[in-house]
Design a protein around this ligand. Sequence first.
Ligand code: CDP
Ligand code: CDP
Length: 222
Amino acid sequence: MNIAIDGPAGAGKSTIARLVAKRLGYVYVDTGAMYRAVTWHMLQRNIDPENTVEVLQEAKNLVIELIPDEHGQKVLANEVDVTADIRSLAVNRIVSRYAQIEGLRVKLATLQRQMALRKGVVMDGRDIGTHVLPDAEVKVFMTATVQERARRRFAEMDGSESITLEQLEREIAARDQLDEQREFSPLVCAEDATVLDTTSMSIEEVVESIIAMAQSVQSGRV
Ligand code: CDP
Ligand code: CDP
C-alpha cells in the first residue's frame, strides 16, 4: 500500500514518516526536500520566484534525486549534494513562493507519482493525499499548534542561525498561510484523511497509530 502524510511545518511528518517506513520496510519519500532542492538551485542562480518563466525554463534542466542512505536520505540537485543546505533559514523563507508555481508542481508531482508506482511508499508533504496520491490506502493529516511546532523546530537548531522562538513561530505561520492559500494543490486536509493532532503525543504514539491504520487496511477491516 501507499501511505500519504500531509500537514503544516513542524507537525512531525518527516520524523514519523521515516520511522513508519522503517517499521514496514517501505521507502520514505520526502516531497518537501524536492521543493527545497529546487529552491536552493534557483537561489544559487538568482532566479526570483516571481519570474515564473525563467524558473520553469531552469527547472527543465534540473534533476532532483532522493537517495536513501544510513542517515535517512541524500538530496541531489544536478548531482550536487544539497542535503544540509536545503534546511537553511534562507530556503525556509522563500520555498513556499516557488511552491506556488503550477508548472513546477506538475513536474514534481509527476516524479512523485512515479516513485510510488510500485507501492510500499510513505510519502509526506502538503498535497499528497489530495493531489499526488489521491488513491493512497492510508491518509493522515498531521497537525499540532503553531506554538508547539515552532518549539520543536527551535529545539532542533544548533545556534548557528540567529532567530528567536517568536520570530520562528511567525515565519512558520506565514509559510503555512502561503501553502494553504495557493491556488494549485494547496495544503488542505483530504476528505478521507485521518486527522492526527500530535501536540501532546510522543513520536512513538504517533508512529503506533499510523502502523495500526496500516494494519487495519491490510487485514481488510477498513
Ligand atoms: O519540513 P517542513 O514541514 O518545514 O517543510 P517541508 O515539508 O520540507 O516543505 C517545505 C515547503 O515545500 C512547504 O512549506 C511547501 O511550500 C512546499 N511543499 C509543497 O508545496 N508541497 C509538498 N508536497 C511538499 C512541500
Ligand atoms: O516534517 P515536519 O515539518 O512536519 O516535522 P519534522 O521535521 O519531523 O519535525 C518535527 C520535530 O518535532 C522533530 O524534531 C521531532 O523530533 C519532534 N516531534 C515530533 O516530530 N513529533 C512529536 N509527537 C513530538 C516531537
